[in-house]
Unconditional design. Structure first.
Length: 568
């Protein structure tokens, strides 16, 4: 197989001419033959003015390049799609698969012997790991790192658990226009990803557990010297991976995914992590089942004391030793023989990290934040394909609850009626939102965190059972059932729930039951059959025709599996 600049020549029918032409063009940028003979490390640049979570991309690229060159390689950065949570309409998840295709195809199309993937904001790391898994060129993840925390009237705040907390106070009329406006300046104190255990921090930790970052790569905040040193080490490691042909399929094995799930459960990680890990594994032909996730959760306690399940922020996790400290605690539960990007096993890297030290962010297994994993899997006639709940961030009293359904047909219906004082709702009711699944919205938006109806919020209600086929931000907390599968937009049972139906949630029994007979549900389905949404053109059409359900990772069906063999 050809390497370096000779790799993947453009087809002109004459390979000698193709290389001649390629070299002529690149020499226009001032490169020498000596530089062009080196192993090439591509650097996927996701810096964008629309993505402040990646605002340190220029500094990271400079440091990665330094690392590559110190190790004797030639760095070549190139742009791909960048996705920021707040700047992606209708929702970032709608674009994740598009970014994964962009990443995969640009890795494949351009000559590179290894690639450094610079990602961070929620959907970017999953998209890059999915693309890298499919391209199967030696790849290493570099996350941008978390933002710093801010201070509002001497209270420490950070995006975006505190964004939601302050907005809930504002809705409950506990704080005024002036205060909500002043806290808005403090929630995001620097560039970088959300400072709590949201999806970005979750995916950073999970990527390290998979073996796809350098050891210690998950936790340094974006604006620190530690983050820049991680970038330099990442560049040097990428060059070594060229020599050892360390492709993603050798690192991201079934055992590595089990390690990643353990970590997801132990950090009180984002529920989105389940979907993303399922999608990445699916690219490698590995099926992650919800049943296995639940099994692992039974004996994996939540140990990391970070918001929204706990108290601290990512920078505290870093000061506490980051993933080294967590992995040390989880050691008896992990597969230690999985490979990492360094070519050494996870167990060897843990040995090399040395002894722990006194800290109060990562708890010992004898004194967990929550005795089981952060996420529990629910089954029942309302979700024959499963649903999940972040039990570590739910209200203990509501986890065993039966109530009357208050149903919203879609997001518009929710926006129109949720704050209507005439809405027939009490704190004991269960809020149900339909049509926010993979096809429904489309793109499965993070709207599963339904707001507490204003009249109840004003009365001091902080949590209610909420059920939907959508997702929830990793920064949110509450007794919230998500990812109900199959979704309502394709005729899942959720589509046929009516106002006043009784629903029973039992996290202890892992069940979510609609207390309506099968015959009645079948009659409702017959009387009002669901027509799945369709689009006439473009990406929207491709999305609706090929997107899979939550239990398959919301990937496009034609992107799963078929990863080329190592070195191909
Ligand atoms: Fe980018 Fe939270 S918005 S990580």
């Amino acid at each position: 197989m050809s390497n370096g600049l000779k790799k993947g020549l453009t087809s002109y029918g004459d390979s000698g001419f193709s290389l001649f032409l390629r070299k002529a063009f690149i020499k226009g940028a001032g490169y020498t033959d000596d530089a062009l003979d080196r192993p090439i490390v591509g650097i996927a640049n996701t810096g964008s003015a629309y993505n402040p979570c990646h605002g340190n991309a220029p500094q990271l690229i400079e440091a990665v390049k330094r690392g590559v060159m110190l190790a004797g390689g030639l760095p070549m950065d190139f742009p791909t799609i960048s996705i920021h949570e707040s700047f992606s309409s209708p929702t970032s998840m709608y674009l994740r698969n598009l970014m994964s295709i962009d990443t995969e195809e640009m890795i494949r199309a351009q000559p590179m012997d290894a690639v450094v993937l610079i990602g961070g904001c929620d959907k970017t790391v999953p998209a890059q790991l999915m693309g890298a898994a499919s391209a199967n060129v030696p790849a290493i993840q570099l996350v941008t790192g978390s933002m710093l925390t801010g201070s509002h009237r001497s209270e420490r705040v950070g995006a975006c658990t505190d964004c939601r907390r302050f907005w809930a106070k504002y809705r409950a009329e506990e704080i005024d226009d002036g205060e909500i406006s002043s806290v808005n300046n403090q929630l995001v104190a620097s560039v970088g990803t959300c400072s709590v255990m949201g999806t970005a921090s979750t995916m950073a930790c999970v990527a390290e557990a998979l073996g796809m970052t350098v050891p210690g790569g998950a936790s340094p905040p974006a604006v620190t010297a530690d983050r820049i040193r991680v970038a330099e080490r990442t560049g040097a490691t990428a060059v070594a991976m060229v020599k050892s042909k360390l492709t993603p399929d050798r690192i991201m094995t079934a055992k590595a995914f089990e390690n990643a799930l353990r970590v997801l459960l132990a950090i009180g990680g984002s529920t989105n992590g389940v979907i993303h890990l399922t999608a990445v594994a699916g690219r490698l032909g590995i099926d992650l089942s919800l049943a296995r996730l639940d099994e692992l959760g039974r004996d994996t306690p939540v140990l990391v004391d970070l918001k929204p399940s706990g108290q601290h922020y990512m920078e505290d996790f870093h000061h506490a030793g980051g993933m080294h400290t967590l992995l040390r605690e989880l050691k008896p539960l992990l597969h230690l023989d999985t490979l990492t990007v360094t070519g050494r096993t996870l167990g060897e890297e843990m040995e090399a990290a040395g002894e722990g030290f006194a800290q109060d962010v990562v708890r010992p297994r004898s004194n967990p934040i929550f005795p089981q994993g952060g996420i529990a899997v629910l089954q029942g006639n309302l979700a024959p394909g499963g649903a999940i709940i972040k039990q570590s961030a739910a209200h203990p009293k509501l986890m065993e609850h039966e109530g009357r359904a208050v149903v919203f047909e879609n997001l518009e219906d929710l926006a129109k009626r949720i704050d209507d004082d005439k809405l027939d709702v009490t704190a004991e009711d269960i809020l149900v939102l339909k049509n926010i699944g993979p096809l429904g919205a489309p793109g499965m938006p993070e709207a599963g965190y339904l707001p507490i109806p204003k009249k109840l919020a004003r009365a001091g209600v902080k949590d209610m059972v909420r059920i939907s086929d959508g997702r929830m931000s990793g920064t949110a907390a509450g007794t919230i059932v998500l990812h109900v599968t199959p979704e309502s937009a394709i005729g899942g049972p959720l589509a046929y729930v009516k106002n006043g139906d009784r629903i029973k949630l039992s996290v202890k029994d892992r069940s979510i039951a609609l207390l309506v007979s099968d015959a009645e549900l079948a009659a409702r389905a017959k009387a009002n059959p669901v027509t799945p949404p369709r689009a006439s053109r473009g990406y929207h059409k491709l999305f609706l025709q090929t997107v899979t359900q939550a239990d398959k990772g919301v990937d496009f069906d034609f992107l799963r599996g078929q990863t080329p063999k190592s070195g191909a």
